[in-house]
Design a protein around this ligand. Structure first.
Ligand SMILES: Nc1ncnc2c1ncn2[C@@H]1O[C@H](COP(=O)(O)OP(=O)(O)O)[C@@H](O)[C@H]1O
Ligand SMILES: Cc1ncc(COP(=O)(O)OP(=O)(O)O)c(N)n1
Length: 319
């Protein structure tokens, strides 16, 4: 007769303190540099437990998008429900949404779950076109983002092209970016970040313009000369979401995310023939050392700042 299995040598599993949780509602990038994959890698790098609702599959690599297969809106809603009903979340973000029906389904579920769980922060990255030129949002859905999603946003993070599409304003300079940020703020988000990756591209710094309806801020970092910029927008918005999940106030989350994306670009690996991804595992902590000491055990040596005691700002949902 077989003898009973020996008692486990270690203690029961599932008893560690729960980490902050963040959800991404976005498209899959098979190449791993943008979309859901970039978001989950960023959450992990920033010590946040990531969950996802996939809105679309893309057959994509560093050279471009070969094909797109949209997920039915009911299935997007079902993923959001399954996650939030059980796991909950401390913050969420949206990325590629594809169509009006998916935008409307996401906005409806965010409203529902904010009533159930409390008003968790939402970062809206209004993804429209991949760097390679492939459309990731159809024309009518732009109005749906303006109408249904921006009023729910704690932070909206358009790049130059997205800010132009959402406002109808042309952006050539930082002064133009400020005008667009003010126009976007009037559409309902609590905070607007007009990203500067494609604004004044000849300048020495990549400057993101920030507006909360009262005060102006700038996120400045050296502009890095590189082709490895695939997924920079996704990674930046995921980092903002992760820091919000950890309880950072909004401006601090934006500043920490800017430092994170700058390091991720600076330490990008040589992957693929086209625009390569940024680094998703560059060891990084605010105020931490630049690199992991040789021979240090995995996961050792870095502490995550306590997320208690910090104010949480959530997007004003307009009636
Ligand atoms: N070459 C670069 N060097 C440093 N920062 C950059 C560079 N390109 C983009 N960024 C920063 O990366 C973030 C994402 O911006 P952007 O590339 O404009 O977004 P998207 O990928 O949506 O077009 C912003 O903080 C921007 O300033
Ligand atoms: C599935 C998917 N979602 C989003 C994007 C766009 O990501 P972004 O960070 O704006 O990076 P680039 O496309 O500009 O490199 C994507 N490509 N795929």
């Amino acid at each position: 007769m077989p003898s009973p299995a020996p008692a486990a040598a270690t203690g029961p599993t599932g008893t560690a303190a729960p980490p902050p949780r963040a959800m991404t509602i976005a498209g899959s990038d098979s190449g791993g540099g943008a979309g859901i994959q970039a978001d989950l890698k960023t959450f992990n790098a920033l010590r946040v437990f990531g969950t996802s609702a996939i809105t679309a599959l893309t057959a994509q690599n560093t050279e471009g998008v070969r094909d797109v297969h949209l997920v039915p809106p009911e299935m997007v809603a079902a993923q959001i429900d399954a996650v939030l009903d059980d796991i909950g979340t401390d913050a969420a973000k949206t990325g590629m949404l594809g169509t009006t029906a998916i935008v409307e389904a996401v906005a409806e579920r965010v409203r529902f779950w904010r009533q159930r769980l409390g008003p968790f922060p939402l970062v809206v990255d209004p993804v429209m076109i991949a760097k390679s030129g492939a459309p990731l949002l159809d024309e009518p859905a732009r109005a749906a983002i303006r109408e249904h999603l921006l009023p729910l946003a704690t932070v909206v993070t358009p790049n130059r092209h997205e800010a132009e599409e959402l406002t109808g304003l042309e952006i050539r300079s930082l002064a133009d970016a400020r005008r667009a940020a003010a126009a976007l703020h009037a559409l309902g988000p609590a905070w607007v970040v007009v990203k500067g990756g494609h604004v004044e591209e000849g300048s020495a710094e990549a400057v993101d313009v920030v507006f909360d309806g009262h005060e102006w801020h700038e996120l400045r970092a050296p502009r890095i000369a590189t082709r490895s910029t695939h997924g920079t927008g996704c990674t930046f918005s995921a980092a903002i979401t992760a820091y919000l999940a950890r309880g950072y106030p909004v401006l601090a989350a934006l500043q920490a995310a800017k430092a994170y994306i700058t390091d991720a670009i600076r330490h990008a690996p040589a992957i693929g023939r086209g625009h390569g991804p940024t680094s998703s595992f560059y060891p990084w902590e605010p105020g931490g050392a630049e690199s992991e000491p040789e021979g240090e055990p995995p996961g050792g040596g870095r502490s995550v700042p306590d997320r208690g005691g910090t104010a949480r700002a959530v997007g004003g949902e307009r009636p």
